[in-house]
Design a protein around this ligand. Structure first.
Ligand SMILES: Cc1cc2nc3c(=O)[nH]c(=O)nc-3n(C[C@H](O)[C@H](O)[C@H](O)COP(=O)(O)OP(=O)(O)OC[C@H]3O[C@@H](n4cnc5c(N)ncnc54)[C@H](O)[C@@H]3O)c2cc1C
Length: 383
């Protein structure tokens, strides 16, 4: 068992760390507006990412990408998460956001959807959540009813990231509501511009993300736009979610490390009642807890990434990784805020933004309680 990163990943980490420390952190409170990354910063960061050889890092080589493995991706996500210079979701500076399911397409569908996304000509969003079905997609009410060579789609999706900029939707819809997530949900690619598909409310969130509602009213979607077999959509989507959970874990490591660095350095220099905070046991224990939990999370995240990359069944590792790392990083941001006192609540420092973002990850893409529910199933089966 080797707990060290290989030499090339250590070098990558060092290069990225320098980029983040020198070029991102100094400007991190200037780079974003409510609409996301400002175009001038996007151009600068993209150029540097290309210089570092990380553009399209996760795209397989056969499609012109770097084809980087998951462990290497963890290194990148972790380092970039040490700054709040980028929006927390879908920042796109590592290349077009390609949903993995698109790699299963071939022929005409590949030409129409995957290749334009890779060329940056089209964008896709993922629509699963609904007003009445978030954690429990089996209860979704959006239906796709077969009618000849089309499906007729009706329903409302909610909280869909980047829907306002997307050209098409990876839609999850019920083709048989009686079966729920066990064979009743199918996946479709639906073009914006299809009659009966429109954007609804755009939500403002405390993190700055502005996800959308999408409304489907008798929208006719060709049968050939179904991805995979009818009823297989949920299983297909689940197949890729392990990556997403490890991504959460990696990002959490970056946030927690930055918080620990900031909290430690502030505790050493801030004097109250005649002594630096760092000499008070109350503060030392907070720092010690942050360190212990960060080290534990690091092992969980790299373990999950290593197993997934090796093709092992790492579903439970990915749940544990997402749950523990996201909760850990929120505690770290909260402790960092407490140690800094009032100045942490201002936008002069990145702490309040990390806190807001990290708070949101305890809910989105698998809320903590739902992670625990699935982990408990594993425990009951295994022990
Ligand atoms: C900024 C943002 C971006 C998003 N982007 C997307 C996107 O692009 N595409 C998309 O499809 N969705 C997206 N979502 C939706 C997000 O994934 C859901 O909000 C999330 O899955 C939780 O669903 P919910 O809000 O309906 O909460 P609910 O499922 O109603 O859960 C409410 C609370 O109850 C808890 N809970 C639920 N079930 C149980 C249980 N069995 N036992 C104990 N506790 C339970 C949950 O943990 C949670 O704390 C986004 C959301 C936000 C806020």
């Amino acid at each position: 068992m080797d707990f060290e990163l290989p030499e090339e990943l250590r070098m990558l980490k060092t290069q990225l760390r320098r980029f983040v420390d020198e070029e991102m952190i100094p400007v991190e409170r200037e780079t974003c507006t409510d609409d996301g990354l400002k175009p001038e910063w996007r151009a600068k960061f993209e150029k540097r990412i290309k210089d570092l050889g990380l553009w399209m890092m996760e795209v397989p080589e056969q499609y012109g990408g770097v084809g980087m493995g998951l462990v290497a991706s963890v290194v990148v996500w972790q380092e970039l998460a040490r700054t709040v210079a980028l929006p927390s979701r879908e920042h796109g500076i590592l290349g077009p956001s390609v949903r993995n399911i698109l790699y299963t397409l071939d022929g005409e569908m590949q030409e129409k959807y995957l290749l334009p996304v890779l060329r940056g000509e089209k964008r896709v969003c993922f629509a699963q959540t609904e007003p009445d079905a978030g954690s429990d997609p089996g209860g979704m009410r959006t239906t796709a009813v077969r009618s000849g060579d089309h499906y007729v789609v009706n329903g409302t999706k909610r909280f869909i990231t980047a829907a306002g900029d997307a050209d098409f939707i990876q839609l999850m819809a019920a083709t048989d509501r009686s079966k729920g997530s066990r064979g009743g949900i199918s996946c479709f690619l639906v073009d914006f511009g299809t009659p009966g598909v429109r954007l609804g409310t755009q939500y403002q969130t405390m993190m700055g993300d502005r996800p959308w509602e999408i409304i489907f009213e008798d929208a006719r979607v060709p049968v050939k736009n179904r991805v995979g077999a009818e009823g297989d959509g949920f299983r297909l989507a689940q197949k890729w979610l392990g990556h997403g959970r490890v991504h959460h874990g990696a990002r959490a490591l970056g946030v927690a490390e930055r918080c620990l660095q900031m909290a430690t350095s502030y505790a050493k220099q801030r004097v109250t009642f005649g002594k630096p905070l760092a000499e008070r046991q109350a503060i030392q224990w907070m720092l010690a807890d942050m360190h212990i939990e960060l080290e534990a999370a690091r092992l969980l995240v790299y373990q999950a990434a290593t197993k997934i990359e090796a093709g092992e069944d790492a579903r439970n590792d990915a749940y544990v990784c997402k749950y523990y790392a996201d909760e850990m990083a929120f505690r770290a941001a909260d402790a960092c805020m407490q140690i800094h006192g009032g100045i942490a609540l201002t936008t002069d420092l990145p702490i309040e933004k990390m806190w807001r973002q990290q708070r949101s990850y305890r809910i989105t893409e698998g809320a903590s309680e739902v992670m625990k529910m699935v982990i408990a199933r594993h425990v009951l089966k295994t022990y």
